[in-house]
Ligand binder design. Structure first.
Ligand code: AMP
Ligand code: GLY
Length: 423
């Protein structure tokens, strides 16, 4: 089978790495890929979706896997399917679950799926009146895609009102903020759930936990995610059952009912409040860095899983997992998440510890090759992933590998998985 992977991050690298080990896969292409994906397959750089269709046709691609949300919300799946091509991801309509927070909140309320109390509006007065009914802090969200930055947790009612004002005027997020959600603050802990869906059926990965803040102890600004681990012990069978029965199944049924059956990865951001799961958000793709720790757990052929899911035959797949834990630590460039950083060469020492070399690997993201040398090009550069029979073993191995990786200005958290380890 020939596969085309759309995207350039650690998420796409890790999908490629799993496919590379899969004997069903003969060839992998990445568009655009990064400075290391070219060692797993071929990088191509085709920005236009119709040209990608031509590429997929002329190269006899059996399956296209879409990593990031932007092509999905722009309708890449519809364009490929119209031309009879197999593609794993939701349609443009279904991708509104992530692309529009207003759509998402209205969907949740229509199908009685638990979520924070909210109002959606473009009217400052309405927002202000609703703010008066809430207790502080208060959450304000821009409607559209804002690269993870469109959520503001306002400490006071005045701050919430000012945030709404700036969003509605287009000052803070342009068009994406012309409609806002104001919602109650949920106090609990977060989990990331990933369901592979084929429009009718779904298969669930073990729950993961991300670390969105830049600094140890969940301090500092929000980022795309600084590290993740899986499976998390912060969930038990009762909670899984509630998530399946009260959230995932009504979501998939609801999507069918509105004529947008959901195919692809459904990523549900959940806040657990007093042992009850509440939906914070949906994403229509794998999380990054969650994908990088989920992939190593997969015992089932990744190629078969994605192919069957994209062709409505998920029922035929027995999704099995290795009985291990995985911890991933993001190494980011100096100025992340504020601004770009100067490219710096990456040196990875040879690992002499057999335990570390056998149970770790790097997933590459913000990297490029110049004259055969690898450079960190900014943002989240790479992830060091460790696996083991416990979270602490996997974590120690991941950090052992971090010690072998060098580039100027590297920064990473040293407490990934702390909630699971109780430190
Ligand atoms: P979202 O993009 O909606 O997932 O929001 C990004 C992050 O903001 C989440 O991962 C939470 O950490 C936080 N957040 C969003 N909504 C709420 C809420 N209602 N209560 C508390 N935290 C929230
Ligand atoms: N790690 C969170 C995300 O991918 O949105």
């Amino acid at each position: 089978m020939k596969v085309l992977i759309i995207g350039s991050g650690g998420r796409e690298y890790s999908i490629g790495l799993s496919l590379k080990k899969d004997k069903n896969i003969d060839k992998i292409y990445f568009s655009p890929g990064n400075g290391k994906t070219d060692e797993l397959g071929d990088n191509i750089n085709v920005n236009d979706y119709n040209k990608l269709v031509e590429f997929a046709k002329s190269n006899k691609i059996d399956l296209t896997i879409v990593g990031p949300e932007a092509p999905l919300t722009e309708g890449i799946v519809d364009i490929f399917e119209k031309k009879g091509l197999n593609i794993f991801g939701p349609s443009k309509n279904a991708a509104r679950l992530e692309g529009s927070k207003v759509f998402m909140k209205n969907f949740l309320s229509k199908f009685n799926i638990p979520t924070a109390k909210y109002i959606e509006t473009s009217d400052f007065k309405k927002a202000s009146n609703f703010i008066d009914t809430l207790s502080e802090p208060i959450v304000v969200k821009a409607d559209g895609l804002c690269a993870g930055k469109g959520v503001i947790i306002a400490k006071t009612k005045d701050e919430a009102r000012n945030t709404v004002k700036d969003m509605l005027s287009g000052k803070s997020f342009g068009e994406a903020g012309k409609k806002v959600i104001v919602e109650e603050f949920l106090d609990g802990y977060e989990l990331s759930l990933f369901a592979i869906c084929d429009g009718k059926d779904y298969k669930l990965f073990p729950a993961a936990q991300d670390h969105k803040r830049l600094l140890n102890g969940d301090k500092g600004p929000n980022t795309g995610g600084m590290g993740a681990y899986v499976p998390t012990p912060l969930i038990n069978k009762t909670l899984y059952d509630k998530i399946k029965n009260n959230i995932i199944e009504p979501t998939l049924k609801g999507m069918q009912e509105i004529g947008s059956p959901y195919k692809g990865v459904l990523f549900i951001g959940i806040m657990v409040v007093n042992e009850e799961p509440v939906v914070l958000e949906y994403n229509v793709r794998f999380g990054d860095p969650e994908c990088e720790v989920l992939m190593p757990l997969l015992k089932t052929s990744a190629g078969d899983l994605f192919f069957k899911a994209s062709t409505g035959r998920l029922k035929e797949v027995d999704m099995e997992f290795l009985n291990i834990y995985a911890v991933g630590v993001v190494m980011a460039s100096e100025n992340y998440p504020y601004k770009s950083s100067i490219a710096s060469e990456i040196i990875v020492d040879d690992t002499i510890d057999d335990n570390i070399s056998a149970n770790t690997h790097i997933s590459y993201a913000g990297v490029k090759k110049i004259d055969g040398k690898l450079f960190a090009t900014g943002g989240r550069v790479l992830l060091c992933i460790g696996t083991g029979s416990s979270i602490s073993e996997a974590k120690d191995r991941a950090y052992g590998l971090c010690g072998q990786v060098h580039f100027a200005g590297k920064q990473f958290r040293t407490d990934i998985a702390y909630q699971a380890l109780g430190v």
